[in-house]
Design a protein around this ligand. Structure first.
Ligand code: NAD
Length: 534
C-alpha cells in the first residue's frame, strides 16, 4: 500500500526504532521500500568478511577479475529497463536521465576497467638518473590496498558508487559500500548484480543506513575511504579518518562557473547552460551553478536561455525533462537561495518557485533563471544544488576569470568560445579539477578522464588512471646488481670522503653524466678504498 509522507528524513524516530531506513519516491512521497539501518557492529562484521574474502581476490589475475566484471555488465544490460525504473523512482529523476547519466556511462566504465586495468596498473620501470650507472634499478608494482570503504550520496545513486566499486574491485580490493539513506534500494541492486555475476561472497558488502552507519565505516579500520558528499560531511569524514591515519578521497560540492564569450556559438551555449543547470534537477556536483556572459551577447543569450527553460517539461514519469528533487531539505535550500537573491535585487526570468499543480507530496522546483545577481548573494557563493541558473554579465576576459575563481569551490568549469586557443588560455587560469571548453558537466561519464576538485571541492581523484591509482599501494622494489661494491656514502667518513661528498654535491647533483665523469677518479678511489676496508 502506498504511504504518503513528505520526504524530509528517512530515519524518522519510528524508522530508527525499527532500525531501518525508508526509501521514498520524491515525486509522490510514496514509500518505495525499506532497508536495514546498519549499526557499528554490522559495519565491523562487513569489514571482517571483506578482509577475509580479499586475500584470494587480490591474488587473481586482472583477466579473472575482468571476467566477473564483464558478467556483471551483462546482468546490467539484461536488467536495463528495471534498473532505469528503480533509479528513476528512488532518486526522482526522469527515466531518460537514469539511462543517459547513470547506466550508459557505467556500462562503458565497466568495460573499460575490465579490459584496461591490467595495462593501467602494469609494473613500471623508473628512470633513476645516474644511479643506473651504479648498477641500480627501480620498479613499481601496484598492489591492492585491502578493504576500501565507499560512502556515497543520493544524486547519482547508481553511477557514483558503481564506478568506484568497479575500480576498487578491479584493483584487487574488497569493498564495503555505505550508500545514502535516501537511495538504499539502488545500492542493494548493485550488490544483487554482482552476486548474479558470480562475485565471491564478502567482496562487495553493502551496509545500508544513515550518517551513523557512515561514521562507523570511517572508524572501522578500512584501508581507504572514498567519500562523495557535502563539504560538511566530508570534513567530518576526514577528521575521523585522521585519527587512524586512514587515507581518504573526498569528492565534495561544487559551484561550477560557465563563461560565455562574445564569439561563442550562442545556440549551443544556451542549450548547454540549460542542460548543465537543470539536468538531474540541478543536483549534480558539476551542475552549472553560475553563468557569466559577455555583455555584448548577454541579451541574446539570456532570451534563448529563458525560452528554452520555459519549454522544459517538468512532471513525474515518462517524457519529462525534469522531475522531482531528491528531498524536501534540498528543496528548502533552493527556495532559500532564490528568496534571498530576490530580496537583494535579483530578477526571476523563468520559474522561481514550486510548481502550482504538481503532486502534493512531491518535491518539485521549477527550473529557474535569475538575472541581476552578484557575489554577495548565497546563490552565487554557496552550493544551491537545485534547478537554478543565475546569469551575470562581464566585460573582459580578465574579469571573467576573476569572477570564476571567486569561489570557495573548484570542481569543474566551462568556457565557451569559437577560439580554441583562447579557450585553452582561459581554462589554464581557472581553479578547478576539470575545465571544459565548449562543454558542460558531462566528463564524469568518461571512464578514462580523472574526476575530482580543488579547494573545498575535495581531494584525490576517481576515474581514469589517476582514479585507479588511488585504489592501490605503490610497491617500490629497488635492486643493486653490483652488491660487491660498497656504497661510497657508507661509514668511513675520512677527510677524503668528505671531499668526495663536496664534489658530489656540486657535480653529481647536476644530474649530468659529463659532470659525474669529472669526479669519477675520486669516486673510484673511494670505492676501491672501501672495498679494501680502508
Ligand atoms: P551528505 O554529505 O549529506 O551525505 C553523503 C553520504 O555521507 C551519505 O551516505 C551519508 O549517509 C553519509 N554520512 C552522513 N554523515 C556522515 C558521517 N558523519 N560520517 C560518514 N558518513 C556520513 O551528501 P548528500 O546530500 O548525500 O550529497 C550531496 C552532496 O554531494 C553535494 O554537496 C554534492 O555536490 C556532493 N557530490 C559531490 C560529487 C563529486 O564527485 N564531487 C558527486 C556527487 C555529489
Amino acid at each position: 500500500m502506498a504511504t504518503h509522507i513528505s520526504r524530509t528524513q528517512t530515519t524518522t524516530p519510528a524508522a530508527e526504532a525499527a532500525r531501518e531506513v525508508v526509501s521514498y519516491d520524491p515525486a509522490t512521497g510514496e514509500v518505495v521500500g525499506r532497508a536495514p539501518l546498519g549499526s557499528a557492529e554490522d559495519v565491523a562484521r562487513a569489514v571482517g568478511r571483506a578482509r577475509a574474502a580479499q586475500k584470494r581476490w587480490g591474488a587473481l589475475s586482472f583477466r579473472e577479475r575482468g571476467a566477473v566484471m564483464m558478467r556483471a555488465r551483462a546482468v546490467v544490460l539484461e536488467e536495463l529497463e528495471e534498473l532505469a525504473a528503480l533509479i528513476s523512482r528512488e532518486a526522482g529523476k526522469p527515466d531518460a536521465e537514469a539511462l543517459s547519466m547513470e547506466l550508459v556511462p557505467t556500462l562503458d566504465l565497466m568495460q573499460f576497467f575490465a579490459r584496461r586495468a591490467a595495462r593501467l596498473l602494469r609494473p613500471e620501470r623508473l628512470g633513476i638518473g645516474l644511479y643506473r650507472y651504479l648498477g641500480r634499478s627501480s620498479t613499481i608494482e601496484y598492489r591492492p590496498l585491502g578493504v576500501v570503504g565507499i560512502i556515497s550520496p543520493w544524486n547519482f545513486p547508481w553511477a557514483i558508487p558503481l564506478g568506484e566499486v568497479v575500480m576498487a574491485l578491479m584493483a584487487g580490493n574488497a569493498v564495503v559500500l555505505k550508500p545514502s539513506e535516501l537511495t538504499p534500494l539502488v545500492a542493494l541492486k548493485i550488490g544483487e548484480v554482482f552476486r548474479r555475476a558470480g562475485l565471491p561472497e564478502g567482496l562487495l558488502e553493502i551496509v545500508t543506513g544513515d550518517g551513523s552507519t557512515g561514521q562507523a565505516l570511517t572508524e572501522a579500520g578500512v584501508d581507504k575511504i572514498m567519500f562523495t558528499g557535502s563539504v560538511a560531511t566530508g570534513r567530518r569524514v576526514a577528521e575521523a579518518a585522521a585519527r587512524s591515519l586512514t587515507p581518504v578521497v573526498l569528492e565534495l560540492g561544487g559551484k561550477d562557473p560557465m563563461i560565455v564569450f562574445e564569439d561563442a556559438d550562442l545556440e549551443a551555449a544556451s542549450s548547454a547552460a540549460v542542460w548543465g543547470a537543470f539536468a538531474n534537477s540541478g543536483q549534480a556536483c558539476a551542475s552549472v551553478e553560475r553563468c557569466y556572459v559577455h555583455e555584448r551577447v548577454s541579451a541574446e543569450f539570456t532570451s534563448r536561455v529563458v525560452a528554452k527553460t520555459r519549454a522544459l517539461r517538468q512532471q513525474a514519469g515518462e517524457g519529462a525533462d525534469l522531475a522531482a528533487m531528491s528531498s524536501e531539505r534540498q528543496l528548502a535550500t533552493v527556495e532559500e537561495h532564490v528568496r534571498e537573491a530576490v530580496e537583494r535585487g535579483a530578477r526571476v526570468l523563468a520559474g522561481g518557485s514550486r510548481p502550482k499543480e504538481m503532486h502534493a507530496g512531491g518535491t518539485f522546483h521549477e527550473p529557474t533563471v535569475l538575472a541581476g545577481v552578484d557575489h554577495t548573494m548565497m546563490v552565487m557563493r554557496e552550493e544551491t544544488f537545485g534547478p537554478v541558473l543565475p546569469l551575470m554579465n562581464f566585460g573582459t576576459e580578465e574579469e571573467a576569470v576573476r569572477l570564476a575563481n571567486d569561489s570557495a569551490f573548484g570542481l569543474t568549469a566551462s568556457v565557451w568560445t569559437r577560439d580554441i586557443s583562447r579557450g585553452r588560455r582561459v581554462a589554464a587560469r581557472i581553479e578547478a579539477g576539470t575545465v571544459m571548453v565548449n562543454e558542460v558537466l558531462y566528463t564524469h561519464g568518461i571512464a578514462q578522464t580523472p574526476w575530482g576538485g580543488v579547494k573545498q571541492s575535495g581531494m584525490g581523484r576517481t576515474h581514469g588512471r589517476l582514479g585507479l591509482l588511488e585504489l592501490v599501494a605503490p610497491h617500490h622494489i629497488h635492486v643493486n646488481r653490483l652488491a660487491r661494491l660498497h656504497d661510497v656514502w657508507w661509514f668511513g667518513y675520512t677527510p677524503e670522503a668528505a671531499r668526495l661528498f663536496r664534489s658530489l654535491a656540486r657535480r653529481f647533483a647536476t644530474g649530468s653524466a659529463l659532470q659525474t665523469m669529472l669526479i669519477s677518479p675520486q669516486l673510484l678511489r673511494r670505492l676501491f678504498d672501501k672495498r679494501r676496508g680502508a
